[in-house]
Design a binder for this molecule. Structure first.
Ligand SMILES: [Zn+2]
Length: 190
């Protein structure tokens, strides 16, 4: 548990942006409140020290642990996704990438989690209409980009703050628009 409260992430703090309005969760209560195993979080952190991304993929049949090549990428074989619960690290603290969500929906994953020391993101997939999802995703992404770029241009936020928060804002919006798109974001307190 101590290793998880790390200094590894200090380098990326400048890119951080307070995702205000999101729920705070106590680290010790993660397992009780969210369908995520603390032992999985700690295995990933202990094995990678956040120097690379890594993932644990649990399905009924198997459990796989995969370490990525760098801190922005871990390649999860798509054949492992169906019916799985995936937990993976996002060393820079951002929410899910488009690939994370699109692959979970396309290949029928049950749940995907992303975390670092500061944030925990959980997506539970009960999306039935893939086509509507893709269309809505594209339009929400464009409109969110436009909104945030305006804020960057008038100096309300910086470009790195935009880059940090854009994915979160898109998933939050989609969770209001798409049935079965269950997205939760937490800030971790200790
Ligand atoms: Zn990811």
């Amino acid at each position: 548990m101590k290793t998880f409260k790390s200094d590894y992430l200090k380098y990326s703090k400048s890119g951080y942006f307070d995702l205000n309005g999101i729920e705070t969760i106590k680290y010790e209560e993660i397992e009780k409140r969210v369908n995520v195993k603390i032992s999985d979080i700690e295995k990933i952190v202990n094995e990678t020290k956040y120097k690379t991304e890594a993932a644990i993929i649990r399905s009924k049949k198997s459990k796989s642990f995969i370490i990525g090549k760098d801190k922005n990428r871990v390649n999860i074989p798509t054949k492992l996704i169906y019916g799985s619960e995936i937990i993976h690290s996002h060393p820079n603290g951002t929410s899910f990438s488009a690939e994370d969500i699109v692959e979970t929906i396309t290949f029928g994953g049950k749940q995907i989690t992303a975390f670092n020391d500061e944030y925990l993101y959980v997506f539970k997939n009960n999306v039935k209409d893939d086509i509507k999802f893709i269309d809505t995703f594209n339009s929400v992404l464009s409109s969110t980009e436009v909104t945030l770029l305006k804020k960057v241009n008038n100096g309300t936020i910086t470009k790195s703050q935009m880059d940090f928060s854009i994915n979160h804002k898109v998933w939050l919006e989609l969770s209001k628009m798409i049935r079965g798109f269950d997205y939760e974001a937490y800030s971790i307190s200790r």
